[in-house]
Design a binder for this molecule. Structure first.
Ligand SMILES: [Zn+2]
Length: 429
């Protein structure tokens, strides 16, 4: 299968703005980038009409099925929000509800240019089914928790479930679907369990997803419990010996940032969720200065309420200027990497996230002629400050077009709406 994009400019370092390119995609990969027209025989040609072709977005921290709880339990402090609203609601989850809610999440992400997401939840086999069906990529993980200090890991049913997922789905469809391990957080796990899961994850060559230092309360209580920060707690128990993505990292010390940089932990920055839940602001400039791989996540829609990586990027692009009172502390040029290639690195997809020959074709086309984008003197400024996700005209994952001009290629949108309404209408009966 061959697709050729013509008449596109590229938002990718190394390529000058304003130059019109042809990009050839053969099967899953970008095989040629040229200013001359390549051989179009047998290819389907997409006319970019002068618009921007760029690497697609990666959502590095998500709970897709939480679309079920969009608009449910608003404006509460985190602990009350979790205990009074979210946890009781999650007790009602079923395979079917997670499947439908995940599919809704995937449809939302695809139309916003997201081609891959990292997920941490339950009923992940239902999420896997939705991923395989819709063409999106994902790193899925069964969220693990443990409260008994003498827990017997070998007989733990969640651990068994996680291993089963790996056996069944890891690297399915040429690596489009990957299975990670996930320790939910420090405050939901005991040291013995954390050490065992860390050892197992590293020994299997798998990746780890965790929540880390999301709130001040988490930080303070961890210090009381273990006389260590959450980052030091996980590091000492060997968690970071497996490639890890840590979500949030709002309440981290300078020493924690050093640990994250040294252990090559990817940090998923979730600015919208952190703002909405009143958790605080991650020290982005410090992280970047320390050389941490910072990517972006939406978290679940219950705390967002969108799965919109472009909005995360644009929030990050202005938030830190305000907090630091320094308009130069982040730049428009550096932000797209957080939403693209850094997320791919976090997911262990080193052949993704960039426009270069040999890379996987994860691409989006952005309309530069939307009223709110004109005139645009600089494509990076357009993307970091003025674009909207509705400017995404086309989303391609692994060389396959999944969304184009408002329509999905593998998702029946009307049927999805119907199914979602059915599930949501009876969810709280
Ligand atoms: Zn989360």
């Amino acid at each position: 299968m061959k697709t050729i994009f013509k008449n596109v400019t590229l938002l990718q370092s190394g390529f000058p703005q304003g130059v019109s390119y042809y990009v050839t995609v053969t099967d899953r990969h970008i095989t040629k980038i040229s200013t001359e027209c390549p051989d179009t025989q047998g290819a389907s040609v997409v006319d970019g009409q002068g618009n921007i072709l760029m690497p697609a977005f990666y959502n590095a921290h998500c709970h897709a099925a939480m679309t079920l709880f969009r608009g449910y339990g608003e404006d509460l402090p985190l602990q009350r929000w979790l205990e009074e609203r979210i946890f009781p609601a999650e007790d009602r989850l079923t395979y079917q509800s997670v499947y439908t809610a995940s599919k809704l999440a995937i449809a939302e992400m695809l139309r916003g240019g997201v081609v891959s997401f990292s997920d941490m939840y339950m009923f992940e086999d239902a999420v896997a089914e939705a991923v395989l069906e819709t063409g999106i990529k994902a790193n899925l993980s069964r969220s693990l928790v443990s409260f008994d200090p003498n827990v017997d890991v070998a007989s733990d049913s969640r651990f068994a479930e996680a291993r089963e997922l790996v056996k069944k789905y890891h690297n399915a469809d040429d690596g489009r679907l990957k299975i990670d391990f996930s320790l939910h957080a420090e405050y939901t796990n005991v040291p013995k369990y954390v050490a065992k899961i860390a050892e197992y994850t590293a020994s299997q060559g798998l990746r780890m997803q965790i929540h880390l230092s999301e709130t001040e309360k988490e930080h303070t209580e961890c210090m009381q419990r273990h006389q260590k920060t959450p980052a030091a707690f996980f590091c000492n128990l060997g968690v970071f010996d497996a490639p890890t993505t840590a979500a949030h990292c709002v309440w981290v010390s300078d020493e924690d940032i050093e640990i994250l940089a040294q252990k090559k932990v990817s940090v998923a920055h979730n600015p919208v969720s952190n703002l909405k839940l009143g958790s605080g602001v991650m020290p982005l400039s410090k992280m970047l200065k320390a050389g941490v791989n910072v990517c972006l996540g939406t978290d679940g829609v219950a705390s967002n309420n969108r799965l919109d990586v472009l909005r995360e990027m644009q929030t990050a692009a202005i938030l830190h200027k305000g907090v630091m009172r320094d308009p130069a502390c982040t730049t428009a040029t550096q932000m797209p990497a957080l939403a693209t290639v850094n997320g791919a690195i976090a997911q262990g997809r080193e052949d993704c996230g960039e426009i270069r020959e040999g890379a996987r074709a994860d691409l989006i086309l952005i309309d530069r002629y939307s009223i709110h984008n004109m005139p645009s003197y600089d494509d990076y400024a357009l993307l970091s400050y003025s674009a909207e996700r509705s400017d995404v005209r086309l989303t391609m994952a692994d060389g396959r077009i999944l969304y184009q001009n408002g329509a999905y290629t593998l998702i029946d949108e009307e049927r999805l709406r119907y199914e979602a309404r059915e599930v949501f209408a009876h969810y709280f009966d």
